[in-house]
Design a protein around this ligand. Structure first.
Ligand SMILES: C[S@@+](CC[C@H](N)C(=O)[O-])C[C@H]1O[C@@H](n2cnc3c(N)ncnc32)[C@H](O)[C@@H]1O
Length: 198
């Protein structure tokens, strides 16, 4: 039985668990035929193998060798498998789309920053909201301060609701999420970091 303190000790990010068909289906639907895909934390390659049928090339990186060994021996020729820590491994050039199906990811900000450096254009992920799948552009987004009241999702991985008096919240905005940079959570982390330097 897990107590609260025991479950707090579990490093969920390192655990292998497949997702459901609707998650994989939604992620596959975001892919385009010309894509070169990087699947981060690819597990037993069940998604990467399917993705390889739809795109030009797939790189799948997974650090757990035992999980990788569960994959079938015969893999599509356009699928390259790397057993490595994706936080330390140098991402290849030419990636157009990254896939991060990792609901408990604690390094969203690092992945996004590194994908931007290599010129990757899109990220397909369930990491920010922890449910569903979103396909987000990796181009710079508007600063939080300029976003209208309503739901936002930040490049650091935080999500939230920008409040305002009810009469200032546009009716349609409750159905939409605005992608922002430099949200209050980014600011709070920077304050903590600068305090620890002092
Ligand atoms: C919840 S599973 C999902 C696997 C796969 N994305 C899927 O949807 O079928 C997350 C996987 O990410 C892997 N993982 C977590 N952090 C990683 C890292 N830094 N480098 C490589 N793999 C990682 C774990 O070992 C685990 O297999």
């Amino acid at each position: 039985m897990h107590t609260d303190s025991a479950s707090a000790l579990i490093d969920w990010e390192t655990l292998w668990a497949p997702y459901d068909e609707s998650t994989y289906g939604a992620a596959l639907a975001c892919l385009e035929a010309e894509d070169v895909v990087l699947d981060i934390g690819a597990g037993d390659l069940r998604f990467a193998r399917r993705a390889a049928k739809h795109v030009r090339r797939v790189f799948a990186v997974e650090r757990n060798r035992e999980v990788l060994q569960k994959a079938p021996q015969h893999l599509p020729v356009n699928l390259t498998v790397i057993c490595a820590d994706a936080l330390a491994w140098d991402f290849p050039e030419g990636i157009t789309t990254a896939v991060l199906l990792m609901r408990h990811c604690r390094h969203f900000k690092e992945y996004l920053a590194r994908l931007r450096v290599i010129g990757c254009q899109r990220l397909i992920t369930n990491a920010r909201w922890g449910m569903g799948v979103e396909c987000l552009p990796l181009t710079p987004q508007r600063p939080y301060w300029s976003a209208p009241p309503g739901w936002y999702a930040c490049a650091c991985g935080a999500v939230g609701f920008k409040t305002a008096p009810a009469e200032e919240i546009p009716v349609g905005s409750l159905e939409e999420t605005v992608f922002v940079e430099n949200c209050p959570s980014c600011l709070a982390k920077r304050v903590v970091q600068s305090r620890s330097i002092l």
